[in-house]
Design a binder for this molecule. Structure first.
Ligand code: ADP
Length: 663
């Protein structure tokens, strides 16, 4: 221990050795501000050795001495001899000191104590409470009985209770009835000293509104380590949660709208979705042709309420005369939004005292009415109602509802279009059926007289021939050929109507293919002087099929060949066969068919759109009927052609011999 005795002006030495036993720093200054004594802790605090300081003034040793409260206070005490104490921060040491100045005989004594720990703790405390009170998150604390012990400003804003109102009350005040169990679980965890992090749940405000919150709950421990309560940080995530819910709902509802063309069913499903997402109650109401509002669907979170809700609606149906609500939205096409239903709003909307009493019972909290439109005119509404859940709709809910209504509108327009199209299609089909029926009846009726005509012409022709009147007989032969043409046309018409009605019948049997060909050639040859039909090859096959129909196909090929080769004089008919099939082709040397038309040639009513073809009379039926026959007889039909050179029409038919078939 350094024992130093200071020399004073008066020459009397004060014994400061007592201060050597202090843990606080001690410094003695003479009136000239010089250090005359420093104890060991003092030297340590100043971070200097005693000899470095002795005889010097603070300003000689410390460049910042003047700037500090220290210098100021030392001066005052020197001057008036009154003791003073300060708490000052010394940047040089990064520490807080409590300095107690007091007069001594030689000048001023100074006791200095490091109070950094306390000061820092105080600062931390201040900082903490500043954070707590300025936080956007509610920060509250409670004891292990769940009694609230602190409540910050954000908590007041979030839940509506002031600190005075709620401190001392149970935390259960803000827990919805159905979630009360949560608190027991939370308290049990806390007692075990466990922390609960980012736990998402629902809390209820003073006005009954429900909020989605994220909770972080930490146990608070005494110095001895015992848990005595908990601090809670509560973040309001209602907005995010609602947006998330809204988007989910919108996506699901849109899917619902797109999967079904049954609009009413979609609406019902949407209303069902609504009550699991954003509403306690959802209705869809539509205008009918008489400007009457009809209830399309009602859903309610509480199944039992649906019947009641329907009854309420039916007892007090909205009418278009009303100034507000559904009727107004239908009239204007603009949605109505009641974020917070007050009694005044109810009174305004009620039709009479009874109705008002009922409306009050509904505990309506918030309502959105959005229009469903078709061609810009509102034809219906979707109503979202929040009641017991206490949700208050926000602008973003309104946007969601409007977007949903817009999508529903589109779906409705599509459904209407689809219905119109269906109707149109049905009508067209009906007309077509009627036309086919007519063609069927007409051709059938035509057939009988034409058959008689043919018979008479043949009788006459025979008579004239017998009587030697060759000219008249020739005329009658020509007439007979024309009757044949007429007959073929009628036959085609009759066949086409049978094909359309699915009533085409075949009379199959065994016949000599070559014989049939010869017969047809002979008949057709009679109708033309210009063309010679030349047969090339023979099938030498008995085939199984409808002889008459197959004959009709050959006739059709040959008559076409004649019609579409006005400047040629030969038509070849080429026949071949093998063990399985016979093939017949009719080759002409006429106008031909453009390649792009070839694939349509067997379509119903198709005629090649070219002058050379259009000048020839025809209905575009023959080849269609022929191809149907051949296909149904198990064969194939095709055409090859070159414009200006001629066409070749062929079919191939299976040969079924007697042994292999029992048909
Ligand atoms: P149409 O009564 O019009 O002749 P088809 O069904 O028999 O009806 O034939 C359909 C169309 O195919 C004809 O309008 C014609 O344009 C074309 N066509 C048929 N056969 C020939 C052919 N041998 N040469 C050129 N074009 C043909």
């Amino acid at each position: 221990m350094t024992k130093l005795k200071a020399n004073t002006k008066e020459g009397v030495r004060t014994d400061f050795s007592l201060f050597d036993r202090f843990i606080d720093g001690f410094y003695a200054f003479d009136r000239n501000w010089r250090y005359i004594y420093i104890n060991k802790p003092g030297a340590r605090l100043a971070q200097k050795s005693v000899t470095e300081l002795l005889g010097k003034r603070p300003q000689d040793v410390f460049s910042d001495a003047h700037a500090l409260a220290f210098g100021e206070t030392l001066k005052k005490v020197m001057t008036d001899g009154k003791p003073r104490s300060i708490e000052a921060y010394y940047p040089r040491y990064k520490k807080w000191y409590e300095d107690i100045f007091f007069p001594i005989r030689e000048g001023v004594g100074l006791l200095a104590r490091d109070v950094s720990r306390r000061k820092n703790a105080e600062d931390d405390q201040l900082r903490l409470s500043a954070i707590v009170s300025s936080s956007d998150d509610a920060i509250i604390s409670k004891n292990l009985d769940g009694i609230i012990t602190s409540w910050n400003r954000a908590a007041q804003k979030m839940f509506g209770y002031t600190a005075e109102e709620i401190i001392g009350k149970s935390i259960r005040t803000i827990i919805p009835p159905e979630l009360q169990k949560e608190e027991d679980i939370i308290l049990a965890k806390l007692r075990k000293g466990k922390r609960i992090e980012h736990y998402q749940t629902v809390r209820i405000t003073k006005s009954g509104e429900r909020k989605y919150v994220s909770l972080t709950i930490s146990p608070m421990r005494s110095k001895a380590g015992n848990v005595f309560g908990a601090s809670k940080i509560i973040r309001d995530i209602t907005k995010e949660k609602r947006n998330e819910e809204n988007l989910k709902f919108l996506a699901e509802a849109s899917k619902e709208l797109s999967v079904s063309l049954d609009f009413k069913k979609s609406l019902h499903n949407i209303a069902k979705l609504a009550i699991s997402h954003i509403a306690d109650w959802c209705t869809v109401e539509m205008l009918d042709g008489n400007e009457k509002i009809n209830l399309v669907t009602v859903t309610h979170k509480n199944q039992k309420m649906i019947k009641w809700a329907v009854k309420l609606w039916k007892d007090n149906p909205p009418t278009m005369r009303e100034r507000a609500g559904v009727a107004n939205v239908l009239r204007t096409g603009i949605s109505e939004f009641y974020p917070h239903i007050t009694d005044e709003i109810l009174a305004r909307g009620a039709r009479n005292a009874n109705h008002l009493a009922l409306l009050r019972k509904l505990q309506l909290k918030s309502v959105i009415i959005a229009p469903i439109k078709v061609r810009k005119k509102a034809v219906g509404v979707i109503v979202f109602i929040s009641s017991v859940s206490g949700n208050l709709y926000t602008k973003s809910d309104l946007s969601m509802a409007e977007e949903l209504a817009r999508r529903a509108s589109l779906a409705l327009e599509n459904a209407k279009l689809y219905q119109d199209m269906q109707k149109e299609l049905m009508l067209r089909k009906k007309l077509e059926r009627q036309k086919d029926e007519f063609v069927g009846i007409a051709s059938h009726e035509l057939k009988t007289p034409v058959t008689s005509l043919k018979a008479f012409a043949q009788v006459l022709q025979n008579r004239f021939a017998k009587a030697g009147d060759e000219r008249s007989a020739l005329l009658l032969r020509k007439m007979d050929a024309q009757i044949n043409k007429l007959n073929n046309l009628i036959q085609d018409l009759l066949d086409i109507s049978k094909i359309e009605a699915g009533m085409l019948e075949f009379h199959n049997g065994y016949f000599h293919f070559d014989e049939l060909i010869d017969e047809v050639i002979e008949e057709i040859q009679r109708t033309t002087d210009k063309h010679t039909i030349k047969r090339k090859g023979r099938a030498k096959k008995i085939i199984y099929g409808d002889r008459e129909r197959i004959g009709q196909v050959i006739t059709n090929f040959l008559t076409n060949a004649i019609k579409y080769s006005p400047h040629a004089d030969t038509i070849d008919i080429i026949v071949s066969s093998d063990s399985k099939e016979v093939v017949l082709c009719v080759q002409d040397y006429g106008v031909g068919i453009p390649t792009e038309s070839l694939s349509y040639i067997f379509d119903r009513f198709y005629r090649v759109p070219a002058k050379t073809h259009e000048s020839v009379p025809g209905m575009g039926i023959g080849l269609y009927v022929s191809s149907e026959f051949i296909k149904r007889q198990g064969g194939t039909i095709w055409a090859e052609s070159e414009v200006g050179k001629g066409s070749r029409f062929c079919f191939r038919l299976p040969v079924k011999n007697k042994q292999s078939t029992n048909q």
